[in-house]
Write a protein that binds this ligand. Sequence first.
Ligand SMILES: Nc1ncnc2c1ncn2[C@@H]1O[C@H](COP(=O)(O)OP(=O)(O)OP(=O)(O)O)[C@@H](O)[C@H]1O
Ligand SMILES: NC(=O)c1ccc[n+]([C@@H]2O[C@H](COP(=O)(O)O)[C@@H](O)[C@H]2O)c1
Length: 172
Amino acid sequence: MTRGFYIGRFQPYHEGHHAMVKQIAEDVDELVLGIGSADDSHTTRNPFTAGERIMMITKCLVELDIVTYVVPIEDLERNSVWVSHVQSISPDFDVAYSNNPLVIQLFREAGVEVHQSPMFRREVLEGAEVRDRMVSDGDWETLVPDPVAEVVDEIGGIERMQMISETDANGG
Ligand SMILES: Nc1ncnc2c1ncn2[C@@H]1O[C@H](COP(=O)(O)OP(=O)(O)OP(=O)(O)O)[C@@H](O)[C@H]1O
Ligand SMILES: NC(=O)c1ccc[n+]([C@@H]2O[C@H](COP(=O)(O)O)[C@@H](O)[C@H]2O)c1
């Protein structure tokens, strides 16, 4: 039995993340999704709360036929103990998946096997691009799975992001 671990901020969870999850699901029996920077929300880079991201991801994972867990993980000021922090909160895992150079480095230094995955349509499937389109009333819905668009609608996510953007533009 192999259990994988995939961490991201998922602000929001987009089709690139979902493609990566579906690919990982072919390699493992169970998968933990770690919601990074769980303590951050209501900012331009991290607009959604951990709870909102749990809703988005849980609804998208329904279509997978492996066991999945969604675990919120707060940031720490000490990178040197971050892997222990993750391991103390998450179900035990055998292999971590990430394309983030710092995450890869920290896991490898701690002796955890790390796999990288190809980037899917990275020219558009990037959190920053999705967030920019949300603020500018662009076409963001095509970049996320349908359940994510439904959650953003349910929580008034677009209005929130536009308010944060206006506040930032007016100097906070
Ligand atoms: N299009 C993609 N294809 C495959 N992996 C991706 C893609 N976009 C992000 N990832 C990977 O998913 C993980 C989580 O990424 P993250 O939540 O930071 O998304 P992001 O799109 O890079 O967002 P942001 O622009 O907000 O930093 C990272 O390992 C990242 O490299
Ligand atoms: N010291 C720390 O708290 C620490 C170190 C490395 C990664 N992380 C987190 O892991 C997540 C990595 O996700 P991304 O690949 O989306 O950047 C982020 O939320 C990041 O803040 C935290």
